[in-house]
Design a protein around this ligand. Structure first.
Ligand SMILES: [Zn+2]
Ligand SMILES: [Zn+2]
Length: 256
């Protein structure tokens, strides 16, 4: 049976876009740098991607702050385009392996910043937090006061953020492996890293004790990871749900 172009319903499809898998006709047929067929939408996304993700993974150190915010903007506001090209790049362009540590740095920066700031907010916005903390400290040793413990507490939040990132990476990898998805540590690590942009929403302060930033961060994290998994592994909605839910529940259980 003949397939028709996703855009021009009268034209017979001559190829399938290697990135988004839509049918494309002669008019829509484009090539990427490796001469694979792509659709016009993916062509534009790919060009944008070249300008956004790769700068973060390959720019000079002095350009990194700008590249960081550009990447955050792209992950959060155009996750579909971002992960579409991410997926494309990962499958066909293996030359860019050296950017992996930069990708991890991106994820770590987002997690450490988000978790730290949400920790510091507890001192400011959670009413019982300081008295409860003083009780715990007093119970552990009479010599420890909030003042003397403060430097350790301040340093503790970034460490929790760092652990959260690696835990997230590990759990997602295990979740995917449990579902028999073909992945590797570097691919799962990159997905975790870029999805971690969601943690930045933790910078939104609570409104009258209501944890807005926390809820937005969780929502964004699920959204970004769902998008990434569906695009990168072409997983069904149900499988994606299981892969994300499993690590999510374990993390929730551990942090309870
Ligand atoms: Zn496409
Ligand atoms: Zn067409």
């Amino acid at each position: 049976m003949a397939q028709y172009c996703a855009v021009h319903s009268n034209n017979e499809a001559i190829a399938i876009c290697c990135t988004c898998h839509t049918h494309i006709c002669v008019k829509c047929h484009r090539f990427n740098s490796l001469a694979y067929a792509i659709c016009p939408v993916c062509e534009v996304a790919l060009q944008n991607f070249e300008k956004t993700l790769f700068p973060w993974e390959s720019v000079a150190v002095s350009q990194m702050p700008v590249a960081f915010f550009k990447t955050v903007k792209n992950v959060i506001f155009s996750p579909l385009a971002f992960f579409t090209d991410f997926s494309f790049w990962h499958r066909f362009d293996k030359k860019r392996k050296e950017g992996f540590s930069r990708a991890l740095l991106f994820g770590i920066l987002c997690s450490v910043f988000g978790v730290s700031i949400s920790g510091y907010y507890k001192f400011l916005f959670v009413e019982d937090f300081v008295p409860e903390l003083e009780k715990v400290l007093a119970a552990s040793s009479p010599e420890i006061t909030l003042q003397t413990a403060m430097p350790f507490l301040v340093a503790l939040f970034p460490i929790i953020g760092l652990c959260a990132f690696f835990m997230h990476w590990f759990m997602l990898h295990i979740g995917l492996k449990a579902l028999n998805i073909e992945t590797n540590w570097s691919l799962t690590g990159r997905i975790t890293a870029y999805s971690s942009a969601a943690y930045l929403a933790l910078a939104i302060p609570p409104l009258a004790q209501f944890p807005i930033g926390y809820l937005i961060a969780i929502g964004f994290l699920v959204q970004l990871e769902t998008t990434a998994l569906r695009i990168v592994f072409q997983m069904s909605a149900a499988k994606t749900f299981v892969a994300i839910l499993f690590p999510f529940l374990v993390t929730m259980f551990l942090y309870r």
